[in-house]
Design a protein around this ligand. Structure first.
Ligand code: K2U
Ligand code: ZN
Length: 176
């Protein structure tokens, strides 16, 4: 595997985080390197999921590893052109965060189970049903591919307050 690179994670507000990413179609070495870089960037953050637009790549690729039990082997996954093919009626509420909106958390309600079909990095097709934190994470990442952030589920006032604080943070970071 070629040397992996940790890529900078874009911070909200950023127009690239609000744009829908383009389908990948054919898997190229460039996509494989992007996925490897995204996994390394995710582990470094640390996070349990990351979508390509968060590192400025406007393509439909997401990575995740939601294994949290100590002593369980990590399960790094890369999903290309993921589609939700089924979602449960039942929902679950999870206090979500986002690597592009650091230090802000809010309860988001989503279907508690989803079935996802995607293209693998080997060019095959895979289908899997996700539950628990995996289900929350894969839906959070697929939202990123559609230019949607978890704060878009909040009331306007709360969203505006978070956005104002992020604008201030970015201004301070730019000055530093
Ligand atoms: O996409 C991202 O910004 C990474 C997200 C993924 C995620 C958000 C909410 C719920 C599940 C996954 C996170 O920042 S990764 C950080 C994290 C770590 C443990 C539990 C929840 C979130
Ligand atoms: Zn996020």
């Amino acid at each position: 595997m070629p040397r992996m690179t940790i890529r900078p994670i874009l911070l909200h507000p950023d127009p690239r985080l609000k744009k829908a990413a383009a389908p990948v179609g054919e898997i190229t070495d460039e996509i494989r390197v992007l996925a490897a870089d995204m996994l390394q960037t995710m582990y470094d953050a640390p996070g349990i999921g990351l979508a390509a637009p968060q590192v400025g790549a406007m393509v439909r690729v997401l990575v995740m590893d939601c294994v949290k039990e100590e002593g369980t082997d990590p399960r790094p996954m890369a999903l290309v052109d993921p589609e939700i093919t089924w979602a449960s009626e039942e929902t679950a509420i999870y206090e979500e965060g986002c690597l592009s909106i650091p230090e802000h958390y809010a309860d988001v309600e989503r279907p508690s189970e989803v079935e996802v079909r995607w293209t693998t990095l080997e060019g095959g097709t895979a289908t899997e049903r996700f539950g628990g934190l995996w289900a929350t994470c894969v839906q959070h990442e697929i939202d990123h591919l559609d230019g949607k952030l978890f704060i878009d589920y909040l009331k306007p006032l709360r969203r505006q307050m978070i956005t104002r604080k992020m604008v201030k943070l970015k201004r301070e970071q730019a000055r530093a």
